[in-house]
Write a protein that binds this ligand. Sequence first.
Ligand SMILES: NC(=O)c1ccc[n+]([C@@H]2O[C@H](COP(=O)([O-])OP(=O)(O)OC[C@H]3O[C@@H](n4cnc5c(N)ncnc54)[C@H](OP(=O)(O)O)[C@@H]3O)[C@@H](O)[C@H]2O)c1
Length: 384
Amino acid sequence: MSSDSIPGARVRRRWPRVLLGILILLVVAGVAAFKLYRPAPRALRSGGEPMQAIVYHEYGPPQVLRLEVIDRPVPKDNQVLLEVRASSVNPLDWHYMRGDPYVIRLDEGLHQPEDPQLGTDVAGVVVGVGRSVTRFKLGDEVYGVGAGAFAEYARASEKRIALKPATLTFEQAAAMPIAAITALQALRDTGKIKVGQKVLINGASGGVGTFAVQIAKSYGADVTGVCSTRNVELVRSLGADHVIDYSKEDFTRGDTRYEVILDTVGNRSLSDLRRVLTPKGIYIGIGGGSPADGGLIGPLKGMLKEFVVSPFVSQDLTTMMAEITSADLAVLNGLVEAKKLTPVIDRTYPLKDVPEAVRYLEQGHARGKVSISVAAKQAQPAMQ
Ligand SMILES: NC(=O)c1ccc[n+]([C@@H]2O[C@H](COP(=O)([O-])OP(=O)(O)OC[C@H]3O[C@@H](n4cnc5c(N)ncnc54)[C@H](OP(=O)(O)O)[C@@H]3O)[C@@H](O)[C@H]2O)c1
């Protein structure tokens, strides 16, 4: 008797087709939902106190950024409200603005940014205090990270701000949080940097690099900075013991071996980098890439390679993600007070020119930090 003549067998043979049908239906429904679903945009103006802020309603180049009047934020219990005096631009901002790499959109909104505000580094004056805030009071001058810092007012958690060193301007303070804490945590926590070690900073003249050179020196390392010709003197002035001009010399072909390499550029292969690491050396790749690189995971590709190769070699090839904490902002304050750390500011833009500031940073050749001055903007009557 053939299996076709057995009723049970016929039912069993239909199952794969039924399952395939259900699967196709689910995929079609999923694609349709993805294409059609648009979350309602957050109401930016609903009768609260007005303020000017940079907002973006779609992912894209700096042209998507607009100066608009929106509601002033209201601090949550554990937050303060800051009158923003300054902010600074980080590569993080253009990654969010462009939704690039695409993996960012899983968190930030698939089609358009769910949070239309931009900007993280902030310095300002406390003008509102949540119920459970204990460490700050009205009138305190603080800096750290907050939400939507490219604005006249921004909220910040009390765990992510500190009092601003009196010797720094608001612009200098706002230049520090992300870039300086990345440099600190990469060198101190990931690199476990020690006195006398040879440390190389690739990208020594950029936002993270200018802090990294100074912080590595403050730990007593023998520091080599890599930058272009026009920045050699700047990097030397920050305390670097050796400066390599990458347009004239390839640091991966030299004779020196480094205990720690902090790489902010990500433009060299792991085999080149391993060549100039000591056998037990640590390579910390923190990012790199430009808007032209993009793709699904962008700079995460380099981090994945490190993750895959590291277990098979004697050196430690790794990465890190900075976490901005009050405790580490206090460490920065100590370095500033000891005159071991001074922010380098390349250019300062008023709030309305944030698109220009981001466009400049995207070119990948900022010297130190690109600053946003909100006080300067408020001083111009034409922009009120
Ligand atoms: N993992 C984290 O937690 C974390 C945190 C902060 C930043 N990051 C990432 O770290 C990277 C650097 O951030 P950043 O704020 O320092 O950026 P940035 O300020 O835009 O860096 C610009 C600097 O890169 C230098 N540069 C460009 N090409 C170079 C090359 N071939 N060799 C050496 N230096 C070169 C430029 O120097 P010249 O003009 O002399 O070429 C310029 O000074 C970004 O990818 C950012 O996303 C990661």
